[in-house]
Design a protein around this ligand. Sequence first.
Ligand code: ATP
Length: 238
Amino acid sequence: MTLELVGAAKRFASGGETVRAIEDVSLTVGAGEVVALYGPSGSGKTTLLELAAGTLHPDRGTVRFDGVDLPTLSPAEATAYRRSLGFVFQRFHLHAGASALDNAAMKLLLAGWPPGRAKQAAAVWLKRVGLERRARHPPSKLSMGEQQRVVIARALAGEPKLILADEPTASLDTERSRAILGLLTEIARERSVGLLLATHDPDAAAFADRVCDLRDGRLVARPDHRPTATAPAGDRRT
Ligand SMILES: Nc1ncnc2c1ncn2[C@@H]1O[C@H](COP(=O)(O)OP(=O)(O)OP(=O)(O)O)[C@@H](O)[C@H]1O
């Protein structure tokens, strides 16, 4: 799989002013590649993820997934494309009344899978993220880190080719952040899933193979594309 942005730009009209959220951004994410979008608040990370998800269209430039221009998709095709992605966002968006297993299976159920098969597939991923013993617990009985693991299981059930993660560890402490990022990046590499990870945290960016520095909507050259912070040994590809 290849996600490719070429010269992408997105502006918003706001209060009589034009906000240049993304300006002339070109980047690619390949199978099994972990790419960090690293920048401060307001630098355009979420906008760029929305362009990648096809929920926003660029004003200029192109956003392609496996060679297909996302803005040319019909509404039904765009929905199918979004369903084919894995989303891991800061806010978990878990259903309070549903168990961890039902939450992990939610995407598959929405896609029309028979409930038995959906739960079976989700159970495999709950196990992979270490939550098999919590399958019946609702989110309120799970820690923040465990809830984020359910989100990861939900994102991976259905075998996405690309995961879009927006500040996935913002509500976790350092130790739990590292555990979650280690797990997410390990699974992405192991399953050849592309991972585009938006973060303002240098420690989180350090888990990526490649770091794209975003400032005021533009990519700033980082000569070697190497992460700046130190990830625990073994968590980073060499
Ligand atoms: N719908 C919108 N209308 C107007 N301006 C917007 C809109 N969405 C985003 N912006 C502006 O575009 C810029 C980039 O926003 P974006 O949310 O992509 O940044 P971000 O890096 O994800 O920030 P944060 O880390 O705070 O979420 C900001 O200046 C923001 O105010």
